[in-house]
Design a protein around this ligand. Structure first.
Ligand SMILES: NC(=O)c1ccc[n+]([C@@H]2O[C@H](COP(=O)([O-])OP(=O)(O)OC[C@H]3O[C@@H](n4cnc5c(N)ncnc54)[C@H](OP(=O)(O)O)[C@@H]3O)[C@@H](O)[C@H]2O)c1
Length: 272
């Protein structure tokens, strides 16, 4: 029998490989504490994604977040997939309801919430074609915003073509006007690379107003260049925060207020 069946405490977890670096536990636990809820949120290192649902159920978790590389397995194994996760075919949130595992994707709406602080946006360039690019571009498309995807390699563009999203590899990309340019690649995460070549990016920035990087906690070369070219910039902290806020609302079936959101934001900034 699971160790999480001791009392009425609701237990939540984040599944990932690796998971040690995750700031989700400190973010969720700070809100549980602030709202005086009998709940705890743990890290759950999972290597074999095929065992995700089994582990989720065996540990009697009330809910969970799922991070790299298991979001596609989370989608596949859920009993019911709700909302935009069906389009993205990846889920980052599980909740258990009436003995069923329900799956959501809160990365996509979290991104939309994060860019609300920018002005009016009609056309967006998304650099990258991985899981995050899929979530972001579908969320923007659902909002009626024009999206173009550009990626280093061609092989990942099929998904976007199927969804009627314009997508190009670097060599086929043609310069255009974009209100917002998003770096959804991992360039700049653990290195000092730009997500496209510098002169191409400079030309793109000449006709843009805002730059957003999904990477958080540092000023990436992408954001530094955008800032130098006079764009308003933002890193991925709010995206992480708001995907967590939305997941928390699913976990607790409540709408959380701005004070709790600020508690969660503060917790994110703490070392883990
Ligand atoms: N703030 C948040 O809440 C949040 C949430 C999710 C993800 N993220 C961040 O978003 C980034 C992408 O995550 P993901 O899950 O979408 O990754 P992913 O599925 O592995 O996709 C990575 C993408 O980056 C491109 N890429 C990698 N290195 C590159 C380089 N040096 N130059 C140009 N393109 C490069 C890849 O291009 P190829 O196809 O050519 O390989 C691919 O399109 C990560 O940095 C992650 O930390 C942030």
């Amino acid at each position: 029998m699971s160790k999480n069946n001791i009392n009425n405490t609701q237990v939540y977890a984040i599944f990932g490989d690796p998971v040690e670096h995750s700031k989700s536990p400190q973010m969720h636990n700070s809100a549980f504490e602030f709202l005086n809820l009998d709940a705890v949120y743990k890290k759950h290192h999972l290597k074999d994604g095929k065992k995700l649902k089994e582990e989720f159920l065996n540990n009697l978790y009330a809910g969970a977040n799922i991070t790299v590389p298991h979001k596609e397995q989370a989608f596949k194994q859920a009993d019911e997939v709700i909302g935009i996760a069906n389009e993205i075919k990846a889920a980052n949130t599980y909740i258990k309801k009436d003995n069923k595992v329900l799956a959501y994707n809160t990365d996509a709406p979290g991104f939309l919430k994060a860019i609300e602080s920018f002005g009016n946006i009609n056309k967006v360039l998304v650099i990258g074609a991985g899981g995050t690019a899929k979530a972001i571009s579908l969320a923007l498309k659902e909002k009626g915003i024009d999206v173009v995807v550009v990626n280093r390699s061609e092989s990942k563009l099929e998904f976007f073509k199927e969804k009627d999203i314009k997508s190009y590899s670097w060599k086929d990309f043609r310069l255009d006007y974009f209100d917002l340019v998003v770096n959804s690649t991992s360039a700049g995460l653990k290195d000092d690379k730009l997500p496209m070549n510098k002169s191409q990016l400079e030309n793109i920035f000449l006709n843009s107003s805002y730059a957003f990087d999904c990477i958080y906690g540092k000023e990436t070369p992408f954001l530094a260049l955008a800032k130098k070219e006079g764009l308003e910039t933002k890193d991925g902290e709010d995206m992480l925060l708001f995907q967590g806020v939305l997941a928390f609302e699913y976990f607790t079936n409540t709408k959380i207020d701005s004070k709790t959101i600020e508690i969660m934001r503060k917790a994110l900034k703490e070392e883990n």
